[in-house]
Ligand binder design. Structure first.
Ligand code: UT7
Length: 325
């Protein structure tokens, strides 16, 4: 029987790599510290002239092709990003024009690193209701624009990239359950202080580096382990499954130590956790999007497998989606 599922997947990673060795020349850090504390070896840097929409376009085109569709077949574009081209118009509108999806509605969502998961859940509502047939969900981020390249506690963590999927009625790769949540009391833990209506841009805000992301790393770390495991467990239980029945957990790639702690909490062996953090670092909403596309391309998922996508991020937001391949 048909129900909402994944019709196609795609991703885009900029060619330019920034290695830990390169970072040693920029800030007081070491390859050894970054590898052991985070699991990151290198990250991708988008070209200067590339914005989130340009990466999103590439990921979208490959997902549309993978689904065997044409841009005109897309009914809705949802873009998850915290690095929108501009405050407005939405990056989704810019992508709609660039790919020629002339029949689609388009809007952005901001759920930070959980954005792609929130996007899939939102897309599913439109498909289930019968309003739309093909919804394009994109996670695209130019995180390297948001980091303070003199702050070693954050600049080593992030990278650029984009991933996309098409959600529509399908006999395979069905979305069997999901859970999304939020704890706004943690909104100060990871934020971009200036440039919004609270603290508009002034010479002072620029001088004080308030347009770069600020993070309480230790606090976020502890909460991340808890909320990711909880979100995944809730979605898995809702699907009537046990953690042991999960074939592959595809988590937001924030820190390898967080991911190993989540795996332990869920009783999953390491080989059931999909990892690409070493190559790309944390790409916010693009992390789960790229990981899902890569896991599929690398044939880490077989027909009939149960896959759980799980993420957390600024907000704090968290969520999980269970897919039967
Ligand atoms: O997707 C969004 C969510 N974000 C996250 O999930 C990030 C969550 N947090 C983390 O991943 C970790 O907290 C960090 C990787 C950010 C930091 O790791 P940590 O093990 O929590 O280190 P720490 O903040 O406790 O710092 C330990 C030491 C400090 O030095 P002192 O005060 O002990 O002398 C830092 O100054 O490590 C120092 N340090 C560094 N040293 C070398 C911090 N960053 C670096 C660095 N290179 N890049």
């Amino acid at each position: 029987m048909e129900s909402s599922g994944i019709l196609g997947l795609g991703c885009y990673l900029p060619a330019k790599k920034l290695t830990n060795k390169d970072l040693e020349k920029i800030v007081d850090t070491s390859d050894e510290w970054i590898m052991t504390r985070t699991g990151i070896k290198e990250r991708r840097i988008a070209p200067k002239e590339f914005a989130a929409s340009d990466m999103g376009v590439e990921a979208a085109k490959s997902a549309i092709k993978d689904a065997g569709l044409k841009p005109e077949d897309i009914d809705l574009i949802i873009v998850a990003t915290v690095t929108a081209d501009m405050a407005f118009p939405s990056t989704a509108c810019i992508i709609q024009d660039k790919i020629g999806a002339i029949n689609s509605a388009a809007f952005d969502i901001n759920a930070a690193c959980s954005g792609f998961v929130f996007g899939i859940v939102t897309a599913k509502q439109f498909v289930d209701s019968g309003l739309y047939k093909n919804v394009l969900v994109i996670g695209t981020e130019k995180m390297t624009n948001l980091v303070d390249w003199t702050d070693r506690s954050t600049c080593v963590l992030f990278g650029d990239g984009a991933g996309a999927c098409i959600v529509g009625k399908s006999k395979a790769r069905q979305i069997v359950s999901y859970f999304i949540g939020c704890d706004g009391s943690g909104s100060n833990l990871l934020r971009l202080p200036a440039g919004g209506s609270r603290t508009p841009t002034t010479e002072e805000t620029v001088k004080n580096k308030l347009h770069f992301l600020k993070m309480e790393g230790n606090e976020v770390f502890k909460l991340a382990v808890k909320v990711m495991a909880d979100a995944a467990n809730k979605a898995i239980t809702k699907a009537g499954l046990l953690c042991s029945e999960i074939n592959l957990l595809i988590p937001h790639q924030a820190n390898i130590r967080i991911l190993m702690a989540v795996a332990k909490k869920m009783g999953l062996p390491e080989e059931k956790i999909f990892l690409n953090i070493e190559k790309y670092g944390n790409m916010s909403s693009a992390s789960t999007a790229v990981a899902l596309a890569e896991a599929n391309r690398e044939q880490r998922i077989k027909k009939g497998d149960i896959v759980a996508l799980v993420a957390f991020g600024s907000g704090l937001t968290y969520g999980a989606v269970v897919i039967k391949w």
